[in-house]
Design a protein around this ligand. Structure first.
Ligand code: ZN
Length: 247
């Protein structure tokens, strides 16, 4: 089975459309999204509808949780907080209901899914290093897990015999890894709508459960339109500026 995994979308419709078009060329069997469909960008509703149309398996992100009132906005920086307040005003009752139905972690037949870390998912910790990856893998029930949240793609692979706290680390911006023979694999799929690894292109991942190959790829999208919409919506202009820089 070929699975497409989409990272944080953050209401960036131009980036999401570019990723969907690219993934359609790759013939996948199912779609997964790691949470944070909304927040920051100007098209939260359109993005939620696209994710629903794709019948994505989704977990709850920290921005989603804040929009629905599960997480205090004090947790966020000023710009994120302003975007969350704006996003909440756009939401329809059905969108809020859909967020309330999401789980913090999903353990599917083939994979585990969480926004931040499997270690206390409700705390939305970041996996930014091999130490944090090992912390998450302690709680990983399936051979492969998909996460987002940091907006920086990375692959961590723990072998049966190797030291638990030193998984093999594969860095991006684009990468391919053969997961065959590894006991636990954690893939940070990067971000569709707000990459932060100084590569402004939208990120997505493909996992083939038959071959064990996982890949993170990038696709260029219409950043200028996404920026114009953010400014026109009255959202903080820094949220538009950062898209071009990939930060
Ligand atoms: Zn995010």
């Amino acid at each position: 089975m070929r699975i497409a995994i989409l990272g944080d979308v953050h209401g960036n419709l131009e980036a999401l459309n570019a990723v969907i078009a690219k993934v359609h060329e790759e013939q996948v069997d199912r779609w997964v999204q790691v949470g944070d469909v909304v927040g920051y960008g100007a098209d939260p509703i359109a993005c939620l509808e696209l994710i629903r149309e794709l019948d994505c398996t989704v977990c709850l992100g920290n921005h989603d949780a804040a929009v629905v009132g599960y997480l205090d906005t004090d947790y966020f920086n000023l710009y994120a907080r302003q975007a969350i307040d704006w996003t909440r005003e756009q939401m329809r009752a059905e969108d809020l209901d859909n967020f309330r139905r999401l789980h913090l972690r999903v353990d599917d037949e083939l994979f585990s899914l969480v926004h931040g870390s499997l270690h206390k998912p409700e705390q939305f910790g970041y996996v930014l290093s091999t130490v944090e990856a090992a912390d998450s893998m302690e709680y990983q029930q399936k051979p492969i897990a998909f996460v987002g949240h940091s907006h920086v793609p990375a692959i961590y692979m723990q072998s049966k015999d190797g030291p638990k706290n030193q998984p093999v680390f594969v860095a991006g911006p684009e990468m391919t890894a053969d997961t065959t023979g590894f006991e636990r694999v954690l893939v940070n799929v990067g971000s569709v709508g707000q990459p932060r690894d100084e590569d402004s292109r939208a990120a997505y991942a493909i996992f083939d459960s038959t071959t064990g190959i996982v890949r993170v790829s990038r696709v260029a999208y219409d950043i200028e339109t996404a920026q114009q919409k953010i400014r026109a919506a009255g959202l903080p202009s820094v949220l538009a500026d950062r898209l071009a820089l990939g930060v």
